[in-house]
Design a protein around this ligand. Sequence first.
Ligand code: ATP
Ligand code: MG
Length: 353
Amino acid sequence: MRFELQSGRALLVSGPASLMVEKGSAEILGAPLHPKHGVVIKKEKQLPIETVEDSVLEARLGERASYLEIDGTTIPESWYAAVEAFKSLGRGRAFVLGSADTGKSTFCTFLTNHMIKAGAEVSVVDADIGQSDLGPPGTVGLSIIKRPMTALEYAGVYRMAFVGETSPSPVTERVIESIVKVADRAPEDIPMVINTDGWITDGDAVTFKVRMIRRLMPDLIIGLAERDELDEILDATTVPSVKIQVPKYVKARGREERRRLREYGYRRYLRGAVHKNIFLERVKIDGLLKARCKGKELLGFLDSDGLLLGIGILESLIRRRKILRAYTNVSSREVAEIDCGRIRLSCRGEELD
Ligand SMILES: Nc1ncnc2c1ncn2[C@@H]1O[C@H](COP(=O)(O)OP(=O)(O)OP(=O)(O)O)[C@@H](O)[C@H]1O
Ligand SMILES: [Mg+2]
């Protein structure tokens, strides 16, 4: 399908779709679309394509894909104001806060791209363990981003820490320690964007987020808020904050879609996995022993610094012979410790109940 878009108009595409700029100039969240380079939009996702000049786009739309042509932009004014507020700090940490489906990941991509356009490399910490863009679900990932990207999920991951859960409530301290662990590995002289999970409404969530903020000491909190839902968190800290608008065109995801997105994530990080025996002679397995595993649990293979090398799935543990059998692509030579999560998976990366 061909779209002729005038400058100043946007095309909002819900996947599954792929598209390409044939003529003219367009961008997604500040990342230019290079002519002849295709962009893929998964069926659970939606992306806004904005024209910089009159453009022709060629799109392939899959089953149930949809599109909407918009006069203007889907990016709220306040998003630009938040970018300027962060730019004026030069560097430091921006902490992005908001409920589920408010546009946190999209805003983090937008902010990162605009910081890069202003001349910076940017480190991004993705602490949303349930709907992560960097690293598989159940982990906290850090990337160093040098070029604008249409979606952060395409960035390579520089460091990861293992949590092993997709919901933060039972593992709040672990999530905070994992963020600190990867954030400490980021270069200090470049700005950092921190994305967070969408658990904000009850008292425990407020305590969790306030503790996270105190520990990470961000320089600016950027809250995606519909009304006053973030105020209790923001009022409990002295960190400067700006509230920005939840986009009108945000697309909420259901449980099934969230689960499918997580499953893509596991699969991506299990690519090339084989069934292998790992000798535990010099490997710490305290976490694994404490977890009382049934089998099929998500495993984290850690290096000697406690950072995640990669994931796997537990097949069996033969304590007598000090052998662990797992499905993984991690090379056992570098493994200093193996940890066990509560998520259980099939070898095809499907979540088991
Ligand atoms: N400004 C925008 N213009 C068009 N679409 C948007 C915009 N912001 C968000 N969306 C779309 O809405 C959906 C949800 O946004 P996003 O994934 O950024 O939210 P989130 O708060 O990170 O969600 P989660 O709670 O799952 O992490 C995505 O498909 C995204 O592309
Ligand atoms: Mg997100």
